[in-house]
Design a binder for this molecule. Structure first.
Ligand code: BG6
Length: 282
């Protein structure tokens, strides 16, 4: 079952419900902002102060950072995390192959948006599969006659019971660029625990990441393919307070584990070729 609704301010949303799970998606940004298995605590974190407004990215869920991630170091004039997260995507189809699976496909191509930063013929397709597990795939096609480069992320905000009581496993001994120290490269052999601001891009890793959440008594597994980077982010107290759409105490119940190709893990796409980044959460 799915239902399309337009809020009073004109912002559109799609609500999905099937035998095993529920989800909510905004065509703006192809933004999945709620997913939960029936009877379980939501998997995705959404700020209670998130704004649902045309032109503004929703704070929570899975923002799509594309065709670049973060602040583009080669092109400082480009807006952080690309233009896809605030662009109006086209809802191409909703498939319900069985009673426990709903697959939503949204697309964005160069004819749908005017923007000055990425002068290429492209098509981006986001496929969201809502079932007992959640799978999100982002495909980039080069429809022009010259190669282009992208960086990208499925910037997933996960709900956690208590940030002081989780451990993130799978990135031990992986070199990361620390955004809090000018992307200085570092490495640690221990699972990640969060007791302050964390903003790291783990490089050259295709590892599955596990969030062990003692307070919610659950283990969330984040698998991926064709992704060479994993971003881990928690803004902690001061940065959370500085963001208008981020609840002041929200940092206590979220962590971002982002399936990405970022920094030096750039993807080059030849004319006529395509690339698909996938994240599967269970
Ligand atoms: C993370 C970045 O991916 O996104 C952080 O590593 C950034 O540096 C965060 O603060 C949120 O970005 P934004 O643009 O949604 O506020």
């Amino acid at each position: 079952m799915h239902k399309r609704t337009t809020l009073e301010n004109g912002f559109e949303i799609i609500e999905i419900a099937n035998a095993v799970a529920k989800a909510k998606i905004a065509p703006q940004g192809a933004h999945l902002y709620d997913y939960a298995r029936r009877g379980e605590t939501p998997l995705l974190w959404l700020s209670p102060t998130a704004r649902f407004e045309n032109g503004k990215a929703i704070r929570g869920g899975v923002p799509v950072c594309w065709p670049w991630f973060g602040k583009d170091r080669k092109h400082p004039e480009r807006p952080q995390h690309g233009f896809a997260r605030t662009a109006m995507w086209h809802l191409e189809r909703i498939d319900e192959p069985d009673e426990g699976t709903t697959i939503v496909t949204l697309t964005l191509d160069h004819t749908q948006i005017e923007q000055p930063w990425f002068p290429y013929a492209f098509k981006a397709t986001l496929t969201i599969s809502v079932g007992r597990n959640l799978s999100v795939s982002l495909t980039t096609e080069n429809r022009g006659d010259e190669a282009f480069e992208i960086t990208e992320a499925l910037h997933t905000y996960f709900t956690v019971g208590d940030i002081g009581n989780i451990s993130i496993e799978g990135l031990e001994n992986v070199t990361y660029a620390d955004n809090l120290e000018g992307f200085k490269h570092k490495v640690s052999d221990a699972p990640i625990t969060v007791a302050g601001e964390v903003d790291r891009v783990y490089l050259d890793t295709e590892a599955t990441v596990v969030i062990r959440d003692d307070a919610l008594e659950r283990v969330v597994t984040v698998g991926k393919s064709d992704s060479r980077s994993t971003v881990v982010w928690n803004p902690w107290i001061d940065k959370a307070a500085a963001m208008a759409d981020f609840a002041d105490d929200g940092y206590q119940t979220m962590v971002c584990i982002e399936t990405a190709n970022a920094l030096d893990n750039t993807v080059t796409i030849a004319p006529g070729a395509s690339h698909t980044l996938t994240q599967t959460v269970s």
